[in-house]
Write a protein that binds this ligand. Sequence first.
Ligand code: HEC
Ligand code: HEC
Length: 394
Amino acid sequence: MKTRTILALLLMLSVALVSCVKDTVDVKYTTYTDEEYQAIAAVLDLPNDRVDYDVALPQHMLDLGMVPPEINNAKATLGRVLFYDNKLSRNEKVSCASCHHQELAFSDNKPFSEGFNGELTFRNSLALGSVANFKSSYEGGVGNGIAPPSQQQFFFWDERAHSIAEQSTMTIQDDIEMGMDLHELSGRLAQEPHYKVLFNKAYDTDAVKPHMITDALQEFINSIVSTKSRFDDGLAASHGDVNRDFSNFTQQENLGKTIFIHHCSSCHGANMSISQEKLANNGLDMEYTDRGVGKITGNSADNGKFKVPFLRNIALTAPYMHDGRFATLEEVVDHYNSGLQNHPNLDHRLKAPNGDSPKRLNLSNEEKAALVAFLNTLTDEELVTASRFENPFK
Ligand code: HEC
Ligand code: HEC
């Protein structure tokens, strides 16, 4: 009897203990104190519980040696707010998101974008969702040494910026894009109660400094990960073997994939995740009004060379090329099929076997349509609808 009572008591005690432990685990994770959250909620539609920006890469990317980005949530949250804030431009008219729309994989649907004063940018806005992830796809030469440093990608069409922080500094201070001085911007942001909270969470101080602004933007942009297209599903199901027919593809899409691997992957890469070639002249013109890399280096051998962009979400990022000259993917395919110009710097991969003239692919209409159908499988619906990337302003 006695032992049974003791046992029963012990049992009750342990149940009580367990529920106690469970209670602490169940306590809602809150990021801000009540006072802090009041300042946040006055202007921002951010939840007080945790928003996780740290997204894992799927196995088929890990198998390629890609290193998942490690995202600091407080910095990414601050970066997201900055990304959508018009205060970043001199007259408070444009934000980063004005030219990088989430629903368009963070690109713009115009050949050139409008800056803070209504003036147009020199080039087509680059999509921020065309890579699996900037950190793991661009920084191939660092980290795990995926791509040799010579194939490491940098930022802008001519790769003149070496990090997102550097790119952001140039963009914010650019006379056409945002026209704002970073020190002046720091002062502007430091006056806002919600930024006091956000900078404190991210950098343990409310003394806003220029490098914190660009570092936080970089953290947010590195959290943009595109891994959920039908192409990724197919690649995962075929254990990373891109050459096998994908079971989730139509016959037409598989045909398009074969054509892509044959004619396009030597530059754009077959797995859409790791860079094959960083810069090339793809024969758009005989004479380039925008000399691209040549304008930076002053070397005529670089004229007409531009970044080889990754092609994830390409169906969402029209118009195409550095000057947005092609409105549709059909026009792009026609260019590669029969429109290449014999520029002196035309890449050797786009030349006929004799090496003198541009290559003509002679694709049938059916093959051209298949190539476009394949490019359409690269769209990632999660990326363009994820609430963690949405405009946080009320
Ligand atoms: C007025 C339009 C405009 C605004 C505002 C703008 N961008 Fe851009 N962005 C562009 C254009 C155009 C390019 C390509 C420019 C070039 O290559 O010369 C670009 C390129 C980029 C790139 C390079 C991507 C790559 O693959 O190389 C990144 C990253 C980027 N922008 C992030 C941002 C961030 C962060 C902000 C806010 C601080 C911002 N942009 C504000 C138009 C804009
Ligand atoms: C020699 C390397 C090379 C090959 C091969 C190549 N491309 Fe490109 N591609 C480029 C470069 C460089 C650009 C950017 C050129 C520019 O804007 O001036 C580009 C741009 C594109 C774009 C527009 C991207 C954007 O964001 O605007 C698409 C789409 C594209 N290529 C598809 C293809 C297809 C399809 C094939 C095969 C038929 C192909 N490419 C073969 C180098 C290449």
